[in-house]
Design a protein around this ligand. Structure first.
Ligand code: F6P
Length: 283
């Protein structure tokens, strides 16, 4: 069975969400999501758009969304399970920075080992989409009414960008040392606070490090395994990069016991990840 109908549904959702971002009211709803973040009306609307598009595909068994407490069964006889963050970084919309949607497509269970493909969409000055599937990372830009394929994305051995997440005040000492040592080697700071554009930038500019450590205030980090971490780990590994946690293990080998579980995470090219392992004493 092919994933084409799922990719098509993601494309359709991307257009509809792009349109909603451009035209809809930004205001906060009365609700918080399962992780306690205030939901914007646009978060909820994007969630509904995606759920509606996936509900039309009989092969999609279940969906789990960052905006929903529990997973939802769409077609009990379907095969695929899709976890998504409908509008990651949505609090950046009011300052007109880029945001994104993130999707992980699984075979029968929401575990990293069963991931078949990952896709993300970037809503920036342009509409872009990246798919990781069957060993290749493909980059598409929406132009003249359709997504046009660009060059395949491959990470180099070493990059130039450093994107350190979390509140510095709460970083462990060894983490600060790592971040400082990369700057001392000439790495440049690139951090918008949106996971999608920040990781997209590192991928397209040939490499670097994106880190979100465990901190005093958030010992398991902030980023959610199912909705943010696994899909990007899959993309980075498929592009020839490395994605690990603070114990030095592959993020793609971590179990997921709760849909909203978080983990410290590090995504990068091989050189920067070897520096993470040295700094954390896990090499
Ligand atoms: O999880 C939402 C998110 O906005 C991510 O897109 C981003 O990487 C992260 O939070 C930024 O968090 P912080 O502001 O703590 O660095």
């Amino acid at each position: 069975m092919t994933l084409k109908p799922i990719f098509d549904a993601i494309e359709k959702s991307a257009h509809r969400i792009r349109d909603a971002i451009a035209n809809e009211d930004l205001c906060y709803s009365e609700q918080c999501n399962a992780t306690g973040d205030m939901q914007l009306k646009l978060d909820i609307q994007s969630d509904l758009i995606i759920a509606e598009e996936f509900s039309k595909i009989a092969a999609v068994k279940a969906i789990a969304s960052e905006e929903k407490e529990e997973e939802e069964i769409l077609h009990p006889n379907g095969r695929y399970m899709i976890a998504y963050d409908p509008l990651d970084g949505s609090s950046l919309i009011d300052v007109d920075l880029s945001v994104g949607s993130i999707f992980g497509i699984y075979d029968g269970e929401f575990q990293a080992r069963s991931m078949l493909a990952a896709v993300y969409v970037v809503y920036g000055p342009r509409l872009e989409m990246v798919t990781a599937y069957k060993g290749g990372v493909r980059h598409f830009i929406f132009r003249h009414g359709r997504f046009m394929e660009q060059n395949t994305i491959e990470l180099g051995e070493k990059g130039k960008l450093n994107a350190p997440g979390g509140t510095q005040q709460y970083w462990p000492k060894h983490h600060k040392k790592l971040v400082d040592s990369l700057f001392a080697e000439g790495y440049r700071l690139r951090y918008s606070g949106g996971m999608v554009p920040d990781l997209h930038q590192i991928l397209l500019k040939g490499g670097g490090l994106f880190s979100y450590p465990g901190t005093d205030d958030k010992p398991n980090g902030k980023l959610r395994k199912l909705f943010e971490v696994f899909p990007f780990a899959f993309v980075y590994e498929t592009a020839g990069g490395v994605a690990i946690d603070d114990k030095g293990g592959r993020l793609m080998e971590l179990p997921c016991e709760d849909p909203h579980e978080t983990t410290p995470c590090f995504f990068g090219s091989r050189y920067e990840i070897s520096k993470v392992k040295d700094a954390y004493g896990v090499s």
